[in-house]
Design a protein. Sequence first.
Length: 370
Amino acid sequence: MRTDAPTGGTAEPLVADQSPHSPDSSDSSDSPHSPGPADRPDRLDRPDRLDLQIVNALQIEPRASWAKVGAVLGVDAVTVSRRWNRLRAAGLAWVTAYEPGPGSGRMAIVEVECAGNPLEVAEALVHDPECRTLDIASGGRDLLIGVGAADEVALADYLLTRLGSRPQIGAVRTQLITSFVRESGDWRLGELSPDRSERFTGHVSREPAVPAALSEPERAVLAALHEDGRMPATEIAARTGLAVRRARETVQRLLFEQRVVLWTDVARGRSGRSVQAWFFLRVPARRLAGVTARLARLEEARLVVSVVGTYNLAVCVWTRELADVTRLEARIEDGLEGVRIADRCVTLRTVKRAGVLLDAQGRRTGRGPG
């Protein structure tokens, strides 16, 4: 079951203003576009403002037509398509798909202390299907792994007989995820003004009608969307053997029922938010719901999950500078009475995110088996 981040209401002091970029200010991307460096066929090293606006638009509506994106941003569809294709080819932005939340099985955040080189351990684990996300981290753990398994038995088997038996792993601590308050796919770059954002269609605000395992044809469609969440129905049909109409209807049904969720992601180092940090909180049980709702509205919060383990809440954030991590920690503790951040760490490198393999610069290199 997937729990969307709360929306609406009056912003509370804990919640910062939106991105310091000024989406409402006029710049070259607010008027008809003239060809510039980002349109040339040479290698793209860093997205510009228009690139990030396109990514932001696809974060809200991942399968929006190029004509619609161009109309909202004030540029032509050909320019939007060309820029997106270059971003994707450079591994700087992509659309993928996943099964949301605990409905896809038992999930956990696993902290690993390594007896050997953390990078070598990460490279040994990254191709495990159960390893959905893998961060090399600072602080009291060497690795943070987002693990997903079919059920409790499969999760225990992976942790005890496969992960725990590796000679280079010294200690393993598991935080079982009980609910997703905010998922990473709900995070936005903040490059679009509110009026532009409202012109795109976001996630449907409803729970899945009937939680059910994906059928074999549905899993084949998910695999195609995992590779490219914008893959046309004709190509999905060719890859899966389904008729084009059935492929299109399957995509629409899976997305409407939220049994599959599309996620537009971006290389962290090129997004304007180069620092990723994790906060692990201890919150009084009676206050957990209210605290998680407020944390989910933080501009920096990528992921907010309730867990059972050493802590009862885990929050992943993206900030612009390392010093922002300390400032954000102070804001959380000062703004939420009785809440204590018991531990924190900074990600040194993300090797895998939502089944997508990343290079040392955080660019997509391919899809993993998870």
